[in-house]
Design a protein around this ligand. Sequence first.
Ligand SMILES: NC(=O)c1ccc[n+]([C@@H]2O[C@H](COP(=O)([O-])OP(=O)(O)OC[C@H]3O[C@@H](n4cnc5c(N)ncnc54)[C@H](OP(=O)(O)O)[C@@H]3O)[C@@H](O)[C@H]2O)c1
Length: 263
Amino acid sequence: MDLHLKGKIALVTGASSGIGRESARTLAAEGAKLVLVARTLTRLQAVADEIARDFGVETEVFSCDLTEVDAPERAVATALARFARIDVAVCSAGASGNGIFWEIPDAVWESSFRLKFMGTVRTMRALLAPMRAQKAGRIVVIAGNLGRQPLPRGLPSAFVNAALLAVVKGAADEVAAEGVFINAVSPGLTRTPRFEERVAAQVQSTGKSAEQIEQQMTLAVPSGRVSEVDEVARTVAWLASSAAGHITGTNVTIDGGHTKGVT
Ligand SMILES: NC(=O)c1ccc[n+]([C@@H]2O[C@H](COP(=O)([O-])OP(=O)(O)OC[C@H]3O[C@@H](n4cnc5c(N)ncnc54)[C@H](OP(=O)(O)O)[C@@H]3O)[C@@H](O)[C@H]2O)c1
């Protein structure tokens, strides 16, 4: 399917790794020009170089800490200075600590809120000015399936994902008549570097093999496996494109059936 993304301008946060990186690559494969945002410039530049080499599209990198109040606005301003418009944005910067509820320190809750929630809210707000002015735009927010199905050991992720789903729906309704469409993607366990690190840590602490750990982690997943990162990125690129048509204010869960209930 042609996603009609050729020549479109896409801003991706969290673009140097995992779901953000793969989403950027998938958008580039469809011909989009990219603005890649994350903190570590060397990793970001390596992804930009790799994308330019593999897909021959123009790229811009912007290194910033999205927990800083003005960073999202500066990222959007950089994209506009280079390309004069932003057609598509993917908000994938985020990380949350996990643990037993009563052992999780305030700092973990606060950092999850500062980066994933406020970083995304401020990025969305900065994007809406140019997108509303051009009467077109598509934003995809990477939330997570814990937002709808909290697990006891993942509550700092769960609360922030639930909050983002609420904001996606409300903000989408606010701007839909202006041609700006906003949706969320909620992955379950996905094979990203962060996931591999989690498995490696459990291999260390339990002496089990990576296969055994992964099997244990996916016992409650009907498909019996984690998602591959390209499976998430393809859905992100589709939602970011006109192929997704009239879809706005919704959430697409990609978790092999892990979330219980009918959506
Ligand atoms: N992987 C999963 O299983 C899974 C499941 C459900 C939901 N999710 C969600 O999907 C999103 C992406 O996860 P992932 O696994 O792809 O993560 P990842 O591989 O760790 O990538 C995170 C990206 O965010 C950037 N980042 C982190 N802190 C930042 C900050 N303060 N300012 C700017 N950029 C920052 C990182 O680059 P720098 O460190 O260089 O800044 C990196 O590019 C997250 O919101 C996560 O909660 C993931």
